[in-house]
Design a protein around this ligand. Structure first.
Ligand SMILES: Cc1ncc(COP(=O)(O)O)c(C=O)c1O
Ligand SMILES: N[C@@H](CCOP(=O)(O)O)C(=O)O
Length: 471
């Protein structure tokens, strides 16, 4: 059985199912496997051409072994990816010599979050039912995680889901995906603040142990290891499609909370020959600045046309700090304390060097993002979303090694951001037919102050776990 340890070194070691239900570690850190599972070159080569759900079983098996059987995992993966509207689940397009675009937006809510969320909703339900437990999930979203969670968890018997989103800072389509479900176990809260405020509240709830135990709190943000591991799968499918393990591959990833690109790092640690992982940031470029200067410094958040990446505090960077420091939990605790107290920390030289061995970075401003949307439309007739456009702009400008295939992650469908796309190229993307009613359904939203105790009161009032005394 794979065991998991916290990046802050002061929480109990857990197995996969407990890690998945726990979310944030009790010492405020993030869980990571004690030992990185390895896939051999033969196993990686054998993934070529296989159905996506089968590859998911191969990649996830070592993380869940001894706790979830292959048969159960296969059944849940099969069901999860049957909800996608493309037979390849995550098709790969070639757009230039050695440039490929991985379309991760064919799931029910048109963003890459569906890839992990459809699977982990089934995994959580499976484990909760076996244990006869209920849970209360509180999730923070800058627009996409929330919709994916609502779709995946609406109507499930063992879960209440509370979604916190920044009021007025997400697209109408994103908001409606969270507010129109009508499911009695889903609550959409519009918080008067930024995404970082919502994420800080969620972490605050986890760090309030009495509250956390009273409502049996779980999280499905990328603080949850299960989210990361489910995202590792498409790094394998796409790399194998462009020649791995015989060839190395680069990835360019539109980045905010650092979960998606960290999944690429996990793939590399498991044996996938990844040369560089390229962080693509929008104007909220804290990670690009950090990689260039070694100083992680929180600044004001600017509203951009790629709102899901309007983030300053990137949760999963903590997992990378842990790895790049040689798993020095005391160092991670010190850096996180400094972040809390002063909004910044300085990376020790050896940590920065280790990070730069695996990562590069770039940023695209609003004009560059619009130009990338226009260029894609003019050159290929494809409408791309602004997050994908940030990555394409960075890939086109900052790729340093033209002989290595570069896979750009396309993380959302253009129709989730119709105003930004239309403003850039003059064409308004239409929602797929199955979502046609979305813009006219009644919405259920509660506006909340940016205040942890108000949110706690709300969650307590809706949590059936709390009412039943489950801890
Ligand atoms: C469409 C889209 N692209 C990119 C990102 C950034 O991904 P991550 O937060 O995993 O870095 C997000 C938000 O997570 C997103 O919703
Ligand atoms: N961009 C995300 C922000 C939350 O990221 P997560 O991967 O930690 O869930 C969003 O769309 O909500």
């Amino acid at each position: 059985m794979t065991t998991y340890i916290s990046t802050r070194g002061e929480a109990p070691k857990l197995g996969f199912c407990d890690v998945m239900l726990t979310g944030l570690a009790r010492d405020g850190g993030l869980y990571i496997p004690e030992v990185w599972p390895q896939l051999s070159a033969e196993t990686i080569a054998s993934l070529f051409g296989r159905p996506y759900w089968e590859v998911a079983v191969e990649v996830l098996r070592p993380f869940v072994a001894g706790e979830i059987s292959d048969e159960d995992l296969g059944r849940m993966a099969n069901e999860a990816y049957a909800t996608f509207r493309h037979p390849a689940v995550v098709p790969l397009d070639q757009t230039a010599p050695n440039q490929f675009v991985l379309e991760l937006f064919h799931g029910p809510t048109l963003a890459f979050k569906d890839v992990a969320m459809q699977l982990i909703a089934r995994l959580m339900d499976h484990v909760l039912a076996k244990r006869n437990q209920r849970t209360t999930i509180v999730v923070a979203t800058s627009g996409d995680t929330g919709g994916a969670a609502v779709d995946a968890f609406a109507g499930r018997d063992n879960v209440d889901l509370v979604v916190l989103f920044p009021n007025g800072r997400i697209s109408d389509v994103q908001r409606r995906m969270m507010t129109t479900t009508g499911a009695s176990n889903v609550y959409a809260l519009a918080v008067e603040g930024h995404f970082d405020d919502c994420q800080a509240i969620v972490k605050g709830l986890f760090n309030h142990h009495k509250f956390r135990d009273a409502v049996s709190l779980s999280g499905v943000n990328s603080i949850n290891w299960a989210r990361i591991v489910a995202q590792v799968v498409y790094y394998f499918t796409s790399a194998v499609a462009v020649g791995a393990p015989a060839r190395s591959v680069d990835f360019t990833v539109p980045t905010g909370n650092f979960g998606d690109i960290f999944a690429g790092y996990v793939a590399k640690r498991m044996g996938l020959p990844v040369r560089k992982l390229r962080v693509a940031a929008n104007v909220n470029d804290i990670l690009d600045r950090t990689l260039k200067t070694g100083i992680y410094e929180v600044r004001e958040v600017h509203a951009s046309s790629s709102p899901s990446m309007d983030i300053q505090v990137s949760s999963n960077f903590e997992r990378l700090l842990f790895e790049a420091s040689g798993r020095d939990a005391a160092l991670v605790r010190g850096l996180m304390d400094s972040l809390k107290q002063s909004g910044r920390f300085v990376l020790p030289e050896k940590v920065l060097t280790a990070i730069r061995a695996d990562f590069e970075s770039g940023r695209a401003d609003e004009d560059e993002t619009s130009a990338a949307i226009r260029a894609a439309w003019r050159e290929t007739g494809d409408l791309i979303d602004p997050h994908t456009a940030v990555a394409l702009a960075v890939a086109d400008r900052d790729t340093t090694e033209m002989h290595v295939p570069n896979v750009v992650l396309s993380t959302a469908h253009a129709a989730k951001f119709p105003d930004a796309v239309e403003a850039a190229c003059g064409v308004r993307p239409a929602l797929p037919v199955y979502l046609e009613g979305l813009m006219t359904k009644p919405e259920h939203i509660k506006v909340m102050k940016n205040d942890q105790s108000d949110i706690e009161q709300f969650v307590l009032s809706v949590s059936r776990a709390a009412k039943q005394g489950v801890s």
